[in-house]
Design a protein around this ligand. Structure first.
Ligand SMILES: NC(=O)c1ccc[n+]([C@@H]2O[C@H](COP(=O)([O-])OP(=O)(O)OC[C@H]3O[C@@H](n4cnc5c(N)ncnc54)[C@H](O)[C@@H]3O)[C@@H](O)[C@H]2O)c1
Length: 266
């Protein structure tokens, strides 16, 4: 049946609207997490920003567009802190509908030179941290009979090996995230909890453009490898997360959405 004049917004609202939903974003104080938190808020969700060093800027941006957000301090690698953070959120918001499990780190070093501590730290934040957050949030969804959506941050690095930098721990952690996502999707399907992952290519955030981590030589080496001749803007990841978070994705679970400007197919 054709939609009537003026009904298209209602149609989009029904598919993608998040009004009344509580969304938790880890690592939401900057970068992709900040931009996605803002996007979720603009789609109607109430936001909780979970990170280690405050999220004043993110909260200000969300309030400027009329959204609601608060900050909870937490290192995602610390089980006790995650449990306390999730308990605080349930105390304040009552329930959690959406988790964007985004906090992550990377270092560049040859695998034969890296220390086991450096390796463990990356696996700890990127893989174990996402597991602990997902587990604690899923427990609240199961207890509260919430048919929620968990979106784990993976990367194209979970499928391809970036060059020329050396980042074996990061690549392994993201491959782990992708298969953990599929495993959790199967385990929690009976509770109506959907679990998916997102695999971006290079995105212009502090992690990939800050001269503290990436020098000009590396940037010059990356650019010819990008079919679109540029990095993604963080805003270009928002629609994929909105889809996964929304009722529109009711039959989408155990999937990985690639947003890499075709980097990984050449
Ligand atoms: N930037 C890229 O090119 C790119 C590409 C693919 C995937 N990713 C992934 O996207 C996610 C966000 O990255 P970004 O580019 O926005 O980087 P970023 O460095 O700007 O943000 C990472 C966030 O994670 C937080 N964080 C790190 N360790 C934490 C911990 N132990 N506990 C709580 N918070 C912690 C940081 O404080 C920061 O807010 C990461 O998982 C990253 O691996 C980034």
């Amino acid at each position: 049946m054709p939609i009537g004049k003026g009904d298209s917004m209602m149609y989009l609202e029904k598919l993608f609207g998040l009004k009344g939903k509580v969304a938790v974003v880890t690592g939401g104080g900057q970068g992709i997490g900040q931009t996605v938190a803002l996007g979720l808020a603009q789609a109607g969700a109430d936001l909780v920003i979970v990170c280690r060093h405050g999220a004043d800027e993110t909260i200000r941006k969300i309030e400027e567009v009329g959204g609601k957000a608060y900050y909870v301090s937490c290192d995602v690698t610390d089980e006790a802190q995650v449990k306390a953070a999730v308990a605080e959120i349930i105390g304040k918001s009552g329930h959690i509908d959406i988790l964007f499990n985004n906090a992550g780190i990377c270092y560049h070093k040859d695998a034969y030179e890296a220390t086991v501590e450096e390796w463990r730290r990356v696996i700890d934040v990127n893989l174990t941290g996402e597991y602990i957050m997902a587990r604690e949030v899923a427990r609240t969804m199961i207890d509260g009979k919430i048919k929620g959506s968990i979106i784990n941050m993976a990367s194209m690095s979970g499928t391809i090996v970036n060059i020329p930098q050396r980042q074996a721990a990061y690549n392994a952690s993201k491959a782990g995230v992708m298969h953990m996502t599929k495993s959790l999707a199967i385990e929690w399907a009976d509770y109506g909890i959907r679990v998916n992952s997102l695999s971006p290519g290079y995105v212009a955030t502090p992690m990939s453009i800050d001269p503290k981590f990436v020098d000009q030589e590396l940037m010059d080496a990356w650019m010819p490898l990008m079919p679109l001749h540029r990095m993604a803007k963080p805003e270009e990841l928002v629609p994929a997360v909105l889809y996964l978070a929304s009722p529109a994705a009711g039959y989408t679970t155990g999937s990985d959405i690639i947003v890499d400007g075709a980097y990984s197919i050449v």
